[in-house]
Write a protein that binds this ligand. Structure first.
Ligand code: BES
Ligand code: ZN
Length: 461
């Protein structure tokens, strides 16, 4: 018997207990980029494995990788029903600048209906929604309308270097009829949202070495090529005054957004003026495209970090020996991360002047992903969200990247449902990251209804 009538009361009954569990998860500082935190990352994986088992998974495992482990879990008690693969990540971003947090990042706290902690929205709180959706079914009926498999990695925030390898090794366990991911946002409060596009990524580091040591800028400046100034010039050459990225070939594979999708975006509650005002900026990058299209369906070139010379208090007249920049390019269909990295490298080699030595390091990359909104599985998800939130679902794309999504789609040939329960102002990757507690519980209901809607749509009901 798979009747969802009891789901809301189960969620209500378990409210405090599930929040307490989530607090425990959020207390573990599983910062994947920090080598000093490897034990904490593993502790988060172990904690999650145990929780998946208590939520109802009858199979669980920790899969070792060359980096942080992958957590696997499965409940397969509905052999004739479809199988949903839940993908998420238990790693989090570093907490710094820690002094800007209103409460300590790894001491969760609820204020005004918002749960503050690093990882609350990205992605521990959101992935936990699906574990609790399975548990809600188990408590309500002792069963679940679909089979549920969990694939939760610990390296998403550093570009997912190893999870694809684990997936390849475990194709049989992971085979599924749909993938569901909650690692995105709702367009606005009260607007249940499905995301049908994510940008990809090419991330590189560029190092310039000038003279063999730092020099007095009075004794050497004017004759010796300055790596800091040279790097600034090279980076600036990547975009023209109209906002176009100037790397040759960069736009070759950019696919137009379907007209009906672009038209739908004009109906979303969004205003350029409010957007600018919310950021305290008086202008945006010039573009022939709308702001939403620039964020969702146009590629970017961004300098993520720059390091050179004297940056302390006061002044120092120095001609620095080295300069370094980290750059990332967000990609859209059908741009390929390798080809874009090739194009960037070729352009840098073309414009780098004599007098400096250049080293370019490829950090990580991921393919863009976009999907049709018409697939019956997305429609089932849309109905589930409407039941969970009591409002009509909107479809958006997002500018962020989740590298494994395109890989899973290639491997399994099934649609991905991106049902995000975050909000754009919840400070993912920033101080005071938080998750709306109401959305967490409506998310659990929606995820539970999705299992039911999916089972119904497959059985032709
Ligand atoms: N949850 C985000 C992805 C995201 C952000 C989706 C905003 C939608 C809107 C994810 O954890 C993330 O931050 N990914 C990285 C991936 C990168 C390291 C390849 C990102 O987008 O910077
Ligand atoms: Zn995330």
């Amino acid at each position: 018997m798979t009747d969802s009538a009891a789901i809301p009361s189960v969620i209500e009954d378990r409210r405090e207990a599930w929040l307490a569990e989530l607090f425990d998860f959020l207390r573990i500082p599983s910062i994947s980029t920090d080598f000093d935190r490897v034990d904490e990352v593993r502790a988060a994986a172990d904690w999650l494995e145990a929780q998946l088992a208590s939520a109802g998974c009858t199979e669980t495992a920790i899969w070792e990788t060359a980096g942080h482990p992958v957590v696997y879990g499965a409940w397969r008690g509905a052999p004739d029903a479809p199988t949903v693969l839940v993908y998420g990540h238990y790693d989090v971003q570093p907490e710094d600048p820690v002094e800007l947090w209103s409460s300590p990042p790894f001491e969760p706290e609820i204020r005004d209906g918002k749960l503050f902690a690093r990882g609350s929205v990205d992605d521990k709180g959101q992935l936990y929604v699906h574990a609790k959706a399975l548990e809600a079914w188990m408590r309500a009926t002792g069963s679940c309308p679909v089979n549920v498999v969990f694939l939760i990695e610990g390296e998403e925030e550093v570009g997912s270097p190893n999870v694809a390898g684990s997936v390849q090794e475990h194709l049989d366990e992971l085979r599924c009829d749909a993938v569901v991911v909650s690692d995105t946002t709702m367009f606005a409060p009260g607007l249940p949202t499905l995301t049908n596009g994510l940008r990809g990524m090419a991330y590189l580091q560029i190092d310039l070495q000038g003279p063999n040591r730092d020099l007095h800028s009075g004794m050497f400046g004017g004759a010796v090529v300055n790596p800091a100034e040279t790097l600034a010039r090279m980076l600036a050459a990547c975009r023209d005054e109209n906002g176009r990225i100037t790397i040759p070939g960069f736009y070759d594979d950019v696919r137009e957004v379907p007209a009906h999708e672009r038209e739908d975006w004009t109906h979303l509650p969004f205003s350029d003026d409010e957007y600018r005002a919310s950021l305290d900026v008086d202008a945006l990058i010039p573009s022939e495209h709308s702001t939403l299209e620039c964020l969702w369906a146009q590629p970017t070139f961004d300098v993520n970090g720059l390091l050179s010379g004297f940056t302390g208090d006061g002044s120092k007249t120095v001609l620095p020996a080295t300069a370094m920049a980290k750059v990332s390019m967000r990609l859209v269909a059908d741009q390929d991360p390798e080809r874009i990295a090739d194009a960037f490298e070729a352009y840098m080699h073309e414009i780098v002047p004599a007098g400096v030595k250049m080293t370019i390091t490829r950090m990580h990359g991921g393919k863009p992903w976009s999907a049709s909104r018409d697939h019956p599985i997305l429609q089932a998800a849309s109905r589930a969200l409407e039941r969970g939130f009591g409002a009509e679902t909107v479809f958006i794309r997002e500018g962020g990247s989740i590298p494994l999504v395109a890989t899973l789609e290639e491997l399994f040939g099934v649609p991905t449902v991106m049902m995000g329960f975050g909000l754009p102002d919840e400070n993912a990757h920033a101080p005071d990251e938080n998750l709306d507690v109401g959305n967490f519980f409506d998310g659990i209901a929606s995820a539970a209804y999705f299992f039911e809607e999916l089972a119904k749509s497959k059985s032709g009901e």
